[in-house]
Design a protein. Structure first.
Length: 281
């Protein structure tokens, strides 16, 4: 992600760059991994430019997918700028490789491996999913055509046109007010847009003036953007304890908006909702 948050320190010199044909970020993860995995296994390689071993592993998978003739697909994810993906998979170390099939993790391994072991692992993955994918060539269902409205929104976001993506999702909701997929996507994109205007010292500013509600909102957004939902939720819950009336309602409303960026069953959200209830009553 780019914008006000400076992530340039996470990059390495160009000499260590890995091929980008299969690069995936939080913005296109749903399309390139979850949806694609309904048709064929997707091997997700979480790597770091800081780790030469993981860079070499990415290069190996780039070569192997070129030999696969479409039997499986590859998604290379740079972990530091895409921490929510790493957290979703429960990644403990880099590199980590996960095979996703039918929208669910199927198999994984951690650490660099020699090519023969990687080939054996890929063979095992392919055997495990043979005939099992709902939209695959041997599955019972046929792929549903992409909704061009969602495609347009996703393409706008991928080229950095955040306003265009917001407008596309708003147009879907104008025609279909109950479209839950568009609602969820719009919440995510609006949050992303909001983070782009944050100052680099947003957290420090809020810590320096705990009574400043706007500063607390910025710090919570920054913490969530950095993959620290516990800190973001705790900050606003603590502020709710110290406020009353309209101010308290305003903070509660923002906290609930942040909850809506997650699955309702996410353990982090469930725990935070319990703490919110305690703070309110």
């Amino acid at each position: 992600m780019s914008g006000a948050v400076d992530l340039s320190s996470l990059k390495q010199p160009a000499a260590t760059d890995v091929p980008s044909d299969h690069a995936v970020t939080e913005a296109n993860f749903e399309t390139q991994v979850l949806r694609r995995s309904m048709q064929a296994p997707v091997v997700v390689v979480l790597y770091s430019q800081r780790s030469p071993g993981s860079v070499e592993l990415v290069k190996l998978f780039e070569r192997l997918v070129g030999e696969a003739d479409g039997g499986w697909d590859l998604a290379t994810v740079e972990a530091e700028p895409n921490m929510r993906i790493a957290q979703a998979f429960g990644v403990q170390g880099i590199p980590t490789v996960i095979a996703v099939a039918g929208g669910q993790p199927l198999a994984d391994f951690q650490g660099a491996q020699p090519e023969p072991r990687v080939r054996e692992w890929l063979t095992a993955v392919m055997e495990a999913v043979r005939g099992q994918l709902p939209d695959g060539p041997e599955g019972a269902a046929q792929p549903e055509p992409e909704d061009p409205r969602f495609t347009a929104a996703e393409e706008a976001l991928e080229r950095g046109d955040v306003d265009g993506a917001i407008g596309a999702y708003e147009a879907i909701l104008a025609a279909e007010p109950g479209n839950s997929e568009a609602k969820a996507a719009l919440r995510q994109v609006r949050f992303y847009a909001r983070t782009q205007g944050l100052p680099e010292d947003a957290i420090a500013r809020a810590d320096a003036d705990p009574a400043d509600i706007d500063a607390a909102f910025g710090a919570a957004d920054m913490e969530l953007f950095n993959g620290e939902p516990d800190g973001a939720f705790a900050r606003l819950i603590n502020l709710i304890k110290r406020t009353a009336g309209d101010d308290r309602n305003r903070v509660r409303t923002r906290l609930v908006e942040l909850f809506e960026l997650f699955d309702t069953a996410d353990p982090v959200v469930v725990a935070a909702r319990r703490k919110l209830a305690t703070a309110l009553y």
